[in-house]
Design a protein. Structure first.
Length: 364
């Protein structure tokens, strides 16, 4: 297998073996499951900005190798009993440590993200958001500074991109809308500390945006609608509040390949481990604070995967024109990797991720 690229069916079978052993281990050694799931998950991305990959292996070979090592580790761990739990640092997590990550009783999507936003390093909070936006737009030949008038960040969380929109564009007013009151309060606090005055945060449902038709000059929705009960309604709402002739940006999860196949199954297993416990383990093994956000893949109650063909067809049915897919901007972006057109990329990431810029026609 080291000299050839494994087939998708082989990778899926290997992952299912790993998952079955993890299922048997999760109740007795949950910390081990967290660590091995993290190791696997980071290895199925195109790149990892924090830890280098084995450059001698292709993406498929690396995934196959990591799965094999994780399977061996889980099999061996059965003979160790509770030894690790008694002697390892990860077995000594205190109640106080867990409480620092929030209440275990909050299970809604907004509470998952609320815990994650708390972990962000505020000093890098805005810098990273700006870099993400600028890099992706520039790679696709778009100038973010041309955005003027009123802009909307739909599903803004604690305002990471809302504030970036204010700082990067020429918008006169930027609105952030989210359902979680704590996130809205945190966004207001960060904006205040950054001395930004042209931002307004509102608590509202992204599927029922509290603004009149044709109100915004730009609508930005990054990784939100695939967590709602009605993605299509959210897209229609974006179209409704956007002014004719203006642009909107949308990011949604893709479908297909090993990445999306295993991610969905991982989520079902990881929900057996409290999110606070998982975050405590990742903290102990040294995960950088700004990388905790990836655990949303495990804990959000709703996640929808969409094919490229379906999404593009629906965007046009709603009325959007000049629908254009981004080509990627960061090393970890799946859409950039898939754009290479290689068979291995398709096998690993399927349709990749969906980042689109589109317009509402001037004459309706």
């Amino acid at each position: 297998m080291e000299n050839s690229i494994p087939k998708l069916e082989e990778l899926q079978s290997k992952f299912d073996q790993f998952l079955a052993l993890a299922e048997e281990t999760v109740d007795t050694q949950p910390w081990l499951v967290v660590i091995l799931m993290h190791e696997y998950f980071r290895n199925i991305f195109p790149a990892d900005p924090y830890l280098p990959f084995d450059a001698s292996l292709s993406h498929g070979q690396r995934a196959f190798s990591v799965l094999g090592k994780n399977i061996d580790f889980l099999r061996q761990s059965r003979f160790l009993g509770s030894y690790f739990d008694k002697t390892s640092k990860v077995g000594q997590i205190t109640a106080e440590h867990l409480l620092s990550y929030g209440s275990k009783t909050k299970g809604e999507t907004q509470q998952v993200y609320d815990r994650l936003w708390k972990r962000f390093d505020v000093s890098n909070y805005l810098k990273e958001a700006k870099e993400i936006i600028v890099t992706r737009f520039q790679r696709s030949g778009l100038d973010f500074r041309n955005i003027t008038g009123r802009a909307l960040d739909l599903g803004c969380g604690s305002g990471r991109f809302t504030i970036a929109l204010s700082l990067l564009t020429s918008a006169t007013k930027v609105y952030g809308v989210d359902l979680d009151e704590e996130s809205i309060a945190r966004g207001n606090e960060i904006a205040k500390r950054a001395e930004i005055s042209n931002i307004e945060f509102q608590k509202a449902d992204v599927l029922n945006i509290p603004f009149q038709d044709d109100f915004f000059d730009f609508v930005f929705c990054n990784g939100v609608l695939h967590h709602t009960l009605d993605m299509e309604k959210g897209i229609r709402e974006m179209y409704r509040v956007l002014k004719p002739g203006m642009s909107a940006y949308l990011y949604l999860y893709g479908d297909g390949g090993l990445y999306w196949y295993s991610r969905e199954k991982m989520s079902l297993l990881m929900k057996k481990i409290p999110q606070e416990y998982t975050m405590a383990i990742l903290d102990i093994i040294g995960m950088p604070p700004n990388r905790f956000i990836f655990t949303d893949n495990w804990y959000v109650p709703k996640e929808r995967h969409t094919t490229k063909d379906y999404l593009e067809r629906y965007l046009k049915e709603v009325g959007f024109v000049h629908v254009r897919k981004f080509i990627g901007g960061r090393a970890t972006d799946l859409d950039g990797a898939v754009a290479s057109g290689s068979k291995e990329a398709e096998m690993m990431w399927g349709d990749g991720e969906h980042r689109y810029i589109m317009e509402k026609p001037k004459n309706q």
